[in-house]
Design a protein around this ligand. Structure first.
Ligand SMILES: Nc1ncnc2c1ncn2[C@@H]1O[C@H](COP(=O)(O)OP(=O)(O)O)[C@@H](O)[C@H]1O
Ligand SMILES: N[C@@H](CC(=O)OP(=O)(O)O)C(=O)O
Length: 451
């Protein structure tokens, strides 16, 4: 391992900082471990969604309603503090700033303005939490994450510029020189070259935490959420799902990529680069234990878990010109690339090609509704688009070599399924089912393989 410190970075998600009692749980967690020195927070639950709506441009009435909702969330916390006056003023001035930015967005919005608005959720939660920590008698230092996390100017899903970010290690380490101070900073936000706020994509605070861990060469990164670890599938769908005690970076990243919301897919990258173990636990029940993610695990099982993504569309191009022709696929993919459409799965036959596109993920990317994209694809063959599918992925090890798949596939007995992708990866097998069949298929698949 490359770690040369005992520092731990702890990240708390939106539900963990949703109200005063939850924030107090977070304080107790960080206060009970002197090695936890950098604390990364998301916005209080619900705030980011409200800010996203403001950023899209709303009329005066709706703007007032939304800002009032945000005020209620934040002041429900502030009003429980012992000395709320100063922090109340700071949050009021944030709300005024959000109000003027969202008025501008209602006239004409753009990605930079939207990021500036949406980033306020994390700014407010960290200001309040820093105050709470100080009130509880801890030494807490507020750090603006934008001084450290440097990105390109792709405002809604910015790419981190690693060298420029690592160069800022001293800004964090100098604060850590005070051996008792806890550094409180924001997840999800960064800064581009001109100094404007950027966002790391929805759910990106996990990624921020792992980046901070890499920057300070931390011993571990703890992600505190509302569930005590990574389970064999989403426990909200299968209450019988079992916690995975230890899992490899590779397996965990497959779970995340295929939709296990408990972890942002990019989180693992910095942890892998710097070989920093990641722990996932429940901030409301820290004694319940959790999942450790690390480079290698003993005896990784063939079947690890079931992940899924909703809002999938299938685009099929059929053309006899594909038959025996070379270069057909490259033409299709260069069109997708031109229109910035992100593809998840691909299947082909002699005369047809089908791809899946994640509707939600595609918000910051090219959309399948673009008439110019469709016109160019039409030149290559007939095009059909079908919506309302869910992508289900069975995650495991050596899956391209296993002979035990029939048990898994029995879960599909009563269901039409599409686009089975098996063999390309050793770590997953995925397929699409109609959206309304997703939950029952996940439940059955889980029963067949894990119960
Ligand atoms: N395999 C899984 N294991 C655990 N939780 C999962 C899994 N798949 C999806 N989830 C969901 O992820 C949720 C936690 O993610 P999220 O709501 O983004 O938390 P946070 O706001 O703390 O970042 C859980 O409540 C759970 O429903
Ligand atoms: N607040 C941001 C970033 C984030 O990571 O949130 P959470 O940790 O609550 O998923 C979002 O809602 O996307």
């Amino acid at each position: 391992m490359s770690q040369d410190s005992n520092y731990i970075v702890a990240k708390f998600g939106g539900t963990s900082v949703a109200d005063y009692d939850s924030m107090l749980n977070c304080f107790n967690i960080i206060n009970s471990d002197p090695n936890v020195r950098v604390v990364v927070l998301s916005a209080s639950a619900g705030v980011t969604n409200l800010l996203v709506e403001l950023a899209s441009g709303c009329d005066t009435e709706r703007r007032k309603e939304i800002i009032e909702k945000i005020r209620i969330i934040q002041f429900n916390i502030i009003n429980r503090l012992q000395f709320p006056e100063e922090i109340a003023q700071r949050i009021e001035s944030c709300l005024n700033h959000i109000s003027s930015l969202s008025e501008a967005a209602s006239l004409s919005t753009n990605e930079a303005l939207a990021a500036a608005i949406v980033g306020h959720g994390e700014l407010m939660s960290t200001m309040i939490f820093t105050h709470l920590c100080k009130e509880q008698g801890a030494r807490a230092e507020y750090l603006d994450a934008r001084d450290v996390i440097k990105t390109n100017a792709n405002f809604s899903e910015a790419q981190v510029i690693l060298e420029r970010t690592l160069e800022n290690a001293d800004k964090v380490l100098s604060l850590l020189a005070d051996h008792e101070a806890k550094i409180i900073t924001q997840g999800f936000i960064g800064q581009e070259e001109e100094g404007k706020t950027t966002l790391l994509g929805r759910g990106g605070s996990d990624y921020s935490a792992a980046l901070f861990a890499e920057v300070i060469k931390a011993k571990a990164c703890h992600i505190w959420t509302d569930v005590a670890g990574i389970y064999t599938t989403d426990p909200r769908i299968v209450p019988n799902a079992k916690r995975i005690e230890t899992i490899s970076f590779k397996e965990a990243s497959e779970m995340a990529i295929f939709g296990a919301k408990v972890l942002h897919p990019a989180t693992i990258l910095p942890a892998v680069r710097a070989d920093i173990p990641v722990f996932i636990g429940n901030s409301k029940d820290p004694k319940a234990g959790g999942t450790w993610i690390s480079k290698n695990v003993d005896n990784p099982p063939t079947f690890r878990g079931v992940a899924f993504k909703r809002n999938q569309s299938i685009l099929t191009i059929s053309s006899l010109r594909m038959l025996g022709a070379s270069g057909f696929l490259s033409k299709v993919f260069s069109i997708f690339s031109k229109y910035n459409v992100v593809i998840d799965c691909v299947t082909t036959s002699e005369v047809a090609l089908a791809v899946t596109v994640d509707h939600k993920q595609n918000q910051g990317h090219g959309s399948l509704n673009n008439p110019e994209l469709l016109a160019e694809l039409h030149e290559l063959g007939s095009v059909k688009i079908e919506h309302d599918y869910s992508l289900i992925a069975l995650i495991g090890n050596k899956l391209s070599q296993t002979s035990g798949l029939s048990k898994a596939l029995q879960a599909l007995d009563n269901c039409t399924f599409r686009m089975v992708c098996q063999g390309a990866s050793d770590y997953n097998i995925c397929f699409l089912v109609p959206a309304e069949k997703a939950d029952s298929t996940i439940i059955q698949l889980h029963k067949n393989l894990f119960e």
